[in-house]
Ligand binder design. Structure first.
Ligand code: NAD
Ligand code: MG
Length: 389
């Protein structure tokens, strides 16, 4: 029996992790839950999974949550605020913490979990992208494991099992191509939020669905792969694979290529991040390659989707620039979702802010430098917006 805590329990990653716990009550037990919104769902989760501790982001929602819970047959600790979320992350005998919070808001709770000696099932890629230079040394210092739960990185991690040190030559990240993969570039200027939220293969939270449509998600995943597997940016490629059946590949020194395949279902990478090195039997539908029919591949279009190159550039520069790129993206995506900017403004704003940062970077930033860069970039996006409108 493994005890786990879930940050972002009401989101896409959180609810799918709870589906796994529901299906495997002999293997997993929930110790802590944390969420930002959706109190009704959180209350249901508390009643069903009986965690020892629960945190919500906003203090003013604590009494509503208590009301929704009514008279429980046990007494969980209920807390609120960002310190409360960190408390859940470090709490009790949980062995693993699933990071399903969206955005850089996941950074401090992830650090709390690491400092408390918890292994991390890492879905919240923004944490590693922005905080890589401080998170990785902490992982080392506290001797914890960082298990990728992002489907591409899980695929790479699965392929790497049994590959000797220095055996890896290259990573090939697959990308579905997002909502607009078949739309001509001239039409991108007028796409709506509703169009962008229609992902062809995956059902995910809003922010990552927009990131998939701009292909920034793949750019962020390049940086994530660099930090997770220590591979040079020159050795991380992207290939568009519209069927999302191959979740990524690795090329070995002798040119052998290994791939991991499966339906587009996040439960598998989440399960492996929690069960590693074991393989747990599930009754999920087996992959049927005949039903899939064909697997196709094409080159990514960097003109249509400039975000990938922006991410490669930020990753190569390192230091705080990935944090700036990530925060500018978060802010720009939030503005797009609020219908305050157009789809094509997203890469424009990110590029402007990243360019403006040049000359201020630090090679080995502290946590304060990273948080400062994140806040600076968000403000810069809002400033640039005034120029745009
Ligand atoms: P989501 O929007 O569906 O869920 C986010 C969760 O975080 C919700 O429970 C929300 O209440 C909570 N939250 C938001 N801000 C918070 C805060 N400040 N404090 C505490 N809780 C907060 O997002 P998602 O799609 O589940 O994505 C979560 C993370 O996983 C993202 O980093 C995303 O990039 C990554 N990821 C998701 C998928 C997927 O299939 N959904 C796949 C790969 C990676
Ligand atoms: Mg992914």
């Amino acid at each position: 029996m493994k005890s786990i805590s879930i940050l972002g329990s009401t989101g896409s990653i959180g609810t799918q992790t709870l589906d796994i716990v529901r299906e495997h009550p002999q293997q997993f037990r929930v110790v802590g839950l944390a969420a930002g919104s959706n109190l009704t769902l959180l209350a249901q989760q508390i009643k069903e999974f009986k965690p020892e501790i629960v945190a919500i982001r906003d203090q003013e929602n604590l009494s509503s949550l208590k009301n929704l819970l009514g008279n429980l047959d046990y007494k969980p600790t209920l807390i609120a605020g960002s310190e409360g979320i960190c408390e859940v992350a470090r709490y009790g005998d949980a062995q693993s913490v699933v990071t399903g919070i969206v955005g850089c808001a996941g950074l401090l709770p992830t650090i709390s979990a690491i400092e408390a000696g918890k292994d991390i099932a890492l879905a919240n890629k923004e944490t590693l992208i922005a905080g890589g230079p401080v998170v990785l040394p902490l992982v080392e210092k506290y001797g914890v494991k960082l298990f990728p739960a992002d489907s591409e990185h899980s695929a790479i991690f699965q392929c790497l099992q049994g590959v000797p040190d220095k055996g890896l030559r290259k990573i090939i990240l697959t990308a579905s191509g997002g909502s607009f993969r078949d739309l001509p570039v001239e039409k991108l200027a007028s796409v709506t939020v509703k169009d962008a939220l229609k992902h062809p293969n995956w059902s995910m939270g809003q922010k990552i669905t927009i990131d998939s449509a701009t292909l920034m998600n793949k750019g962020l995943e390049v940086i994530e792969a660099h930090y997770l597997f220590g591979v040079d940016y020159d050795d991380i490629d992207i290939v568009i694979h519209p069927q999302s059946i191959i979740h990524s590949m690795i090329e070995l020194q002798d040119t052998s290529v290994l791939a991991q395949l499966g339906w587009a279902d996040m439960r598998l990478p989440l399960l492996y991040a929690l069960s590693y090195p074991d393989r747990i039997y599930t009754n999920w539908e087996s992959l049927d390659l005949v039903k899939v029919g064909s697997l196709t591949f094409r080159e990514p279009d960097h003109k249509k989707y400039p975000c990938m190159q922006l991410a490669y550039h930020a990753g190569r520069e390192g230091g705080c620039l990935p944090a700036v790129l990530n925060a500018a993206n978060e802010q720009a995506v939030a503005l797009f979702l609020e219908e305050k900017i157009s789809f094509l403004d997203i890469p424009r704003l990110i590029e402007t802010v990243c360019d403006r940062f040049s000359g201020q970077n630090k090679t080995t930033p502290t946590l304060d430098d990273i948080i400062g860069a994140d806040q600076w970039a968000r403000k810069q996006v809002l400033e640039s917006l005034k120029v745009l409108v």
